[in-house]
Design a protein around this ligand. Structure first.
Ligand code: PLP
Length: 427
């Protein structure tokens, strides 16, 4: 038995399913999860010492590559001054100012501990500010595990076949209105059915939780216009896309300004951080300046703030996003060319430093229904063929792949060579 298998067996005795986040359990691909021990640059090493080229990147935060010296040093330095104070510190302002500079629609910022907290709080704020209860989300989008957001959700909920989780009372979900991604007509119809009742739209501006599905031209602009017409706030959930699709996030890439933005993952550089922010008049509606309550014992934790600041300071260096774009393009185009060579129908999508591939006859994949038509059994076999060859892809057909600055030509070539072999085996 491998050490990884032993660790999994042991973990299952005290941790449900042996994991602290369901999609890690390989439920989407079958087999036992691989227990990891350390990571460096583009590589992650399992408990038995096997190295993998990593395209999960801790589900997004590790955009500089693992174990980056500047983040590590910033964390050690901050930790030496104390782990948590529960009182304001300069590092919270420093990171908030940097976020506001890089994402100018975020005039004010509130730090939290996860993406889930960011989206939950942003929706509460939008509801409180607008004095309306309903909100619109999109089928296959995932915004964390807040009750009202676990309705037709993507990511692990979708992978496990539970897009509507038991335990969410129907009363809590009844104000959640679900529309079709990339379908503005479905959004207009919903607004027209509930005029004056919709507080906000929350959307992944590039959907990364039903694999990778970018917005069609005009979709995000259309959402902006509909929100303005019906007096609703537009929330971009950039927990995944923030600083990844472009330095200024998807809102910079597609040039659409939301009222509120939610962040997570990269903003913490690998530490548990989320953030939400946006229009000053809306953010000032939050306690203590306004009536909408939101709080956190460890929010703005100084060690986490230091990690986030170091990460964003490195990432903003000129040329980094051009490089990430070129790595992503090489991988997505490479997968497509190799699948064609072996006669395997494949579609690919990409945006900035994220990409997805779909085993499907369809030329394009633009919404949840398209994603559902893909061959998930073929994905599972492909995943395991890649894993055997030391390539760690997200263990679900419903997750995007992430590139990082540590992916060099050597890693790209090795990944494509492994894909060549995997496609040949599947053909
Ligand atoms: N929003 C999006 C778009 C996400 O991808 C995720 C997590 O993957 C979340 C929110 C929830 O973030 P967290 O897992 O940090 O709670």
């Amino acid at each position: 038995m491998t050490k990884s298998a032993q660790l999994f067996q042991q973990a299952r005795r005290t941790i449900p399913g042996g994991v602290n986040s369901p999609v890690r359990a390989f439920a989407g691909v079958g087999g036992d999860p691989v227990f990891m021990e350390r990571a460096d640059g583009a590589y992650i090493f399992d408990a038995d010492g096997k190295a993998y080229i990593d395209y999960v990147g801790s589900w997004g935060p590790m955009i500089l590559g693992h174990n980056h010296a500047s983040i590590r040093e910033a964390v050690v330095d901050a930790a030496q001054r104390g782990l948590s104070f529960g009182a304001p510190t300069e590092s919270e302002t420093t990171l908030s100012e940097l976020v506001a500079e890089l994402v100018p629609s975020m005039e004010m910022v509130r730090m939290v501990n996860s993406g889930t907290e960011a989206t939950m709080s942003a929706i509460r704020l939008a509801r409180g500010y607008s004095k309306r209860d309903k909100f619109i989300k999109f089928e296959g989008n995932y915004h964390g595990h807040g009750d009202c957001l676990l309705v037709k959700a993507g990511s692990g909920a979708l992978t496990l076949g539970e897009p509507n989780s038991p335990g969410v009372p129907a009363d809590f979900a009844k104000h959640t209105l679900t529309c079709t991604y990339n379908d503005l007509d479905s959004v207009r119809q919903t607004f027209e059915t509930y005029p004056d009742e919709v507080a906000c739209i929350i959307v992944e501006p590039v959907s990364g939780n039903m694999n990778c599905v970018p917005p069609q031209p005009g979709f995000l602009q259309g959402l902006r216009a509909l929100c303005d017409e019906f007096g609703a706030l537009l929330i971009f959930d950039e927990v995944m896309t923030g600083f990844r699709v472009a330095l200024g996030g998807a809102q910079a890439y597609y040039d659409v300004k939301p009222d509120l933005t939610t962040l997570g993952k990269i903003v913490g550089g690998g530490m548990p951080v989320g953030a939400f922010g946006g229009r000053r008049d809306v953010m000032e509606y939050l306690a203590p300046t306004g009536p909408v309550y939101q709080a956190g014992t460890l929010a703005g934790n100084p060690v986490a703030m230091a990690a986030g600041f170091a990460c964003l300071s490195e990432l903003r260096q000129p040329g980094n996003h051009d490089y990430l774009n070129s790595v992503t393009k090489q991988l997505a185009d490479g997968f497509k060319a190799l699948a064609d060579k072996h006669g395997i129908p494949l579609a690919t999508n990409r945006a900035g430093a994220m990409f997805g591939f779909f085993f499907t006859d369809q030329d394009t994949v633009t919404c949840f229904k398209d994603v559902q038509q893909c061959d998930t059994e073929r994905f599972k076999r492909f995943f395991h063929l890649m894993l055997e060859q030391g390539i760690y892809l997200a263990p679900s057909a419903f997750e995007a792949c992430f590139t990082c600055l540590a992916h060099g030509q050597k890693e790209i070539d090795a990944t494509l060579a492994a894909a060549d072999h995997a496609f040949a085996t599947l053909a």
